[in-house]
Design a protein around this ligand. Structure first.
Ligand code: UDP
Ligand code: MG
Length: 373
């Protein structure tokens, strides 16, 4: 691991970690390997063999969670055979093809390990890299992202768009990774539990995880060409990634205060309209100017109406966001730990000076710490 990029996504939550105590072969308490599968019949047996070999070396409580995402080939049959021969294998079969994000989310909800590694089913990721991810995780990182430094995919249709997308995502989200698109990543259970995955957001997990203060690192991993079948994605994915980026940015920054985005632009637009209208009124009233043929009048009206609409939209979004967070029961922050007990019994109302942030309980907890995506 010479070429390791490591950064902390949230400086206030990170602890500088000394790297002295890194074991040669890191061994978590328990490990789940999650593999989304869509029509990968040829790859599954060798993949299972390779993952098993790695798990043998790690020697901890481990499971492999295959999620069959509505495959129409023999994937399900092969997976159920693998499951019969290996008790470590768990197979989750989805009713139809829901897409890689949904399959990954399903894998997460069935995974029981403290540490969760996700990888592709097409043998493009190398299971042996799980060691590298675990070693980095042992240094104190919550998310360890694989970086396909020597990627074996076509340059024009895959590597170039991916480079641009990675630069853009890094810039917009502030979470700097070389390779968002690499599925091979490690997450701690805590991070996954604070994550809601929809649409095609699986490649944004590190950015979304940064919201909960995850400490992140990136390690170069092996990448192999696809041997069987063909990729499920083409160049059109780039456009969708950019649209998703807008969503992610919004979720990360404004999901508890949408009026701050809409309202700002609304106010600016409304104010500009108002000033223009005032200027035109002065001209009309004091100088008898004719306004009928003045395009500026139209502009002033447009700006004022646009501003009003943006503000109203922001207010509606505020209502919606409240409904969403109430329904989910998400408090809008993530507690790392609570030190001390404060008021151990209910009567006293002395302040609890030993506690850092006092543990919130239930849904009525004060919403003061941070904004939830
Ligand atoms: N995949 C999935 N559902 C889908 C599409 C893909 O579970 O609808 C799985 C697929 O089997 C593979 C992984 O997601 O394990 C990545 O897909 P692919 O190899 O096609 O993407 P690429 O590596 O070309 O980005
Ligand atoms: Mg692939």
């Amino acid at each position: 691991m010479i070429d390791t990029t490591a950064m902390s996504a949230n400086s206030s939550n990170s602890h500088e970690q000394s790297a002295e105590s890194v074991p040669a072969k890191a061994r978590p308490a328990s490990l789940s390997v999650v593999v989304p599968v869509f029509n990968e019949e040829e790859s599954l047996a060798p993949l299972h063999e390779q993952i098993s070999a790695t798990l043998e070396e790690i020697d901890c409580d481990a499971e492999i969670v295959f999620v069959d995402d509505g495959s129409s080939d023999r994937s399900r049959e092969i997976l159920s055979r693998l499951q019969r021969t290996d008790p470590r294998v768990k197979v989750v079969v989805l009713r139809r093809n829901f897409g890689q994000t949904a399959a990954t989310a399903a894998g997460f909800s069935f995974a029981r390990g403290d540490v969760i590694v996700v990888m592709d089913a097409d043998l493009q990721n190398d299971p042996a890299d799980i060691h590298t991810l675990l070693a980095k995780h042992a240094e104190g990182y919550d998310v360890v992202s694989g970086w396909r430094k020597h990627r074996k995919d076509p340059w024009l249709s895959r590597r170039l768009p991916s480079r641009i997308a990675n630069a853009l995502i890094s810039w917009v989200t502030g979470v700097h990774l070389h390779d968002y698109g690499c599925t091979l990543k490690l997450y701690t259970r805590e991070i996954i539990e604070n994550l809601q995955l929809y649409g095609e957001l699986h490649r944004f997990i590190p950015a979304l995880a940064s919201w909960s203060g995850a400490k992140m690192a990136e390690v170069p991993v092996n990448h192999r060409p696809r041997l069987f079948g063909k990729s499920n994605y083409g160049i059109a994915r780039t456009v969708r990634v950019i649209l998703d980026l807008v969503t992610v940015k919004f979720l990360l920054q404004y999901s508890t205060k949408p009026l701050h985005v809409f309202g700002l632009w609304g106010l600016l637009s409304g104010l500009a309209g108002l000033i223009l209208a005032a200027y035109l009124s002065v001209q009309k009233i004091f100088f008898g100017a004719h306004l009928a043929e003045r395009p500026a009048l139209m502009l002033a009206v447009l700006l004022m109406l646009g501003g009003l609409q943006l503000i109203t939209m922001g207010l509606l979004a505020e209502l919606q966001v409240r409904v969403m967070h109430e329904a989910r029961g998400t408090p809008g922050y993530v507690v790392k730990e609570v030190l001390g007990e404060g008021l151990a019994t209910d009567e006293d109302h002395d302040d609890a000076s030993t506690s850092d942030p006092v543990a919130p309980s239930g849904r009525d907890a004060p919403r003061e710490r941070r904004d939830a995506p």
